[in-house]
Design a protein around this ligand. Sequence first.
Ligand SMILES: Cc1cc2nc3c(=O)[nH]c(=O)nc-3n(C[C@H](O)[C@H](O)[C@H](O)COP(=O)(O)OP(=O)(O)OC[C@H]3O[C@@H](n4cnc5c(N)ncnc54)[C@H](O)[C@@H]3O)c2cc1C
Length: 433
Amino acid sequence: MMAHIVEQAKNIPIAYETDVLVVGGGATGVAAAIAAARVGCDVMLVEKYGFCGGMATAGMSGTICGLFTSGKTGKREQLVHGFAGEFYRHLQDRGGVSDPFPFGDTALVVHDLHVWKEVADDLLTEAKVKILYHTYCVGIVHKNGLVEAAIIENKSGRKAIRAKRFVDATGDGDLCVWAGAPHVMGKNGSVQYPTMVFRMNHVDVQHFLRDGLHRVEELIHEAERKGFDLPRKHIYLLPSPRPGEILCNVTRIAKENGDPIDATNAEDLTEAELRGRKQVREYERFLRQFVPGFENARLNDVAAQIGIRQSRTILGKGMLRNEDVMQARKSKRAVAKSAWCIEAHGKDGIYMYYLDNDYYEIPFDTLVPQNVENVMTAGRTLSAEHEALASARVTAQCFLTGYAAGAASALSLKHGIKPGDVDYDELKSVIDY
Ligand SMILES: Cc1cc2nc3c(=O)[nH]c(=O)nc-3n(C[C@H](O)[C@H](O)[C@H](O)COP(=O)(O)OP(=O)(O)OC[C@H]3O[C@@H](n4cnc5c(N)ncnc54)[C@H](O)[C@@H]3O)c2cc1C
């Protein structure tokens, strides 16, 4: 049993008061904050980095999945609209996104990391959201599932933000768990494996697409026979909107004993960063030596942090089941739709399941945590079974579910009810998907 020390109780200044506080500025938090502000609330967003995007920028996930139709035959067309479509249009207007690129039976677009941050800054500012960067939320003040304030720490010290509604967009469900919401870690405690993403520049992209792309897996096996240590065989090499640049989503990071990384444990995260950066160098060496088009390529940059696909899943009033995704079920209380595949990064490989000319919907009740009155969650913490989450966690759906969580928080405040009790038809009138 760990020894304890008692910290002295102290009064914490209430530095800010707001209607809705969004914690976390990833795709989910950006969408939630903008939605709540558009419905007419005072909104604050706190984010530990100095920019928005979370996994999409700091983790360099680097593409928007979940926008397009999926099928063995037929054209890939944009299926998803609403805030995801809006953000995509802004990226397009600024030249910050590639054309749709095939991915199995569907497609994705690769975005410029810097333009993503600029679009988020501008949309939040336009919506008059008060942003506080470089600020960590470290706790809450709550009673019986009702959160009164969030405790934040930054270079100005330890302060409180009092709010009437909260959106937990931390990706790890920090607020929900502190407030007493039940949660699970993946499937029987095992979450998806993370990736340290990097970018190579000075790539001859046309040469790679013509002569390299279709042979990558075979070349990995050849390199392994020559002594390379390349644990992931099915890798994603995606042309970015910048000339000569390839986004490399290729590593798979485990603990030394092979177990998955627990992203709520700082020691695991540290191990993942160290092992991740080492593995990046091995794949870089492989790409330069074996893959046509990469002969003169250089390592451009490596993600600011290990890319975490999954940590805590917050159990909600509803749950997205694996069958809902696989059978393309629709919901009477939908807030999002998706044709993205189940893409579960496991210990020994990636389990893929594509939808065929159909899509599923995500119900509102997956965003309403159990046992907590005034907190919503969305994005990669929404209530879902493991494989279902491996589809619903991607960026387009984070935008949509985040937007719904923000809008519901604001509407509930207007009517003096719990966010989970908002009238679905009214919610539907302020969201689109
Ligand atoms: C390696 C990898 C590759 C991926 N590839 C793709 C892809 O190609 N396309 C795609 O669409 N999706 C992809 N995804 C999934 C997608 O990037 C994420 O699921 C999505 O970005 C999650 O958004 P989010 O806002 O829910 O969470 P996050 O992006 O994790 O955002 C959470 C935010 O909260 C902040 N935060 C956390 N805790 C606190 C706290 N206590 N106080 C203050 N701030 C806090 C974090 O800094 C972060 O900005 C990938 C994910 C990974 C990890």
